[in-house]
Design a protein around this ligand. Structure first.
Ligand code: UTP
Length: 301
């Protein structure tokens, strides 16, 4: 099994400025929780026991979030606020947290390389800190990726999902061929291709399983025009060297919510808020009134 995961959270998040000027995008809330909490809960539910965050400047709130806060707990206990104490139960999650800093934001590949000593000789999961899989992160994709990785002795397994043709320009896109056992072999991967160049509409979806070989590949990648070391280039090297790189399709209910840009962040927030067991129903009614141009929304809250 794979028990360790690297969660890169060091990016500048410029597409979400000004919200991300002094706080990490991974700490922005989606409905009730910060995005990175969904990611961690998903990983722990998939058997991950140790998590390395690759952080950067102004990211200390992530470390604080996963630490216990005895003073806050005492205040809530003294006030007999049992329901609010329950909201802090995630502090007891069965995982060990580690932190390291990417000193210069030289791209995702470079951020993953910061996890080399953490991974050691063992395979590792990489989960992007700005992407949630499925409503409320109820996804077992990482577990299926781990099983596939072990069963097929793969060097890399990538989670992928179908995107509309016009959207391929935003993602890493894979070219796959079906093996005789029904698994999908990745022949090629291209970062943000044009619509014409894209070999398929299967987009990389923010979760990877890697053997330690990936670190050697990353070291060999030359920086791109923006000076970034692309993880996609390192995976392409694995393909070119004939290593077994497989793709695993996400199930429709595991769709990837990428909160790295405002349109997608807004959609994700609204969808998760609508699914909230306590507030979702009233929020839906409010939205319906708002969209139907009925009674003034301000008078309805
Ligand atoms: P993005 O590609 O969304 O880049 O990163 P970004 O820098 O965060 O955002 P923009 O493009 O400026 O808006 C995908 C994931 O990789 C991490 C990010 O924190 C995010 O979780 N990342 C990216 C790093 O850890 N280091 C980097 O140098 C770049």
């Amino acid at each position: 099994m794979i028990r360790s995961a690297i969660v890169p959270v060091a990016g500048h998040g410029t597409r979400l400025l000004p919200a991300t000027k002094s706080q990490p995008k991974e700490m922005l809330p989606v409905a009730r929780k910060p995005i990175v909490q969904y990611v961690v809960e998903e990983l722990v539910a998939n058997g991950i026991e140790q998590i390395l965050f690759v952080t950067g400047r102004s990211k200390s709130s992530i470390e604080n979030h996963f630490d216990s806060d005895p003073e806050l707990t005492r205040v809530l206990k003294d006030g007999n606020k049992k329901d609010l104490l329950a909201e802090l139960e995630f502090e007891e999650l069965d995982a060990n947290f580690f932190y390291t800093r990417q000193r210069f934001q030289r791209g995702l590949g470079d951020a993953i390389l910061c996890g080399e000593n953490f991974a050691g000789e063992s395979p590792v999961i990489v989960a992007l800190g700005d992407s949630i899989l499925g409503i409320n992160a109820e996804s077992k994709a990482v577990q299926r990726m781990t099983e596939l990785f072990m069963d097929k002795r793969a060097s890399c397994v990538i989670a992928v999902e179908e995107v509309p043709r016009e959207d391929v320009v935003h993602y890493g896109i894979v070219d796959v061929a079906e093996n005789s056992d029904g698994t999908l072999r990745v022949a090629k991967i291209v970062e943000k291709p044009t619509v014409e160049e894209a070999p398929s509409c299967l987009a990389v979806a923010g979760r990877y399983a890697f053997s330690p070989l990936i670190f050697d590949m990353i070291r060999r990648v030359k920086p791109d025009k923006r000076g970034e070391i692309q993880l996609t280039s390192a995976i392409q090297m694995l393909c070119e060297e004939g290593k077994r790189v497989l793709a695993l399709k996400l199930r429709p209910e595991e769709r990837r919510y990428d909160i790295g840009n405002f349109p997608s962040y807004f959609e994700t927030f609204v969808e998760f808020a609508l699914a909230d067991p306590l507030y979702g129903k009233d929020f839906r009614a409010y939205l319906e009134r708002l969209l139907c141009g009925g009674s003034s929304p301000s008078s309805s809250s």
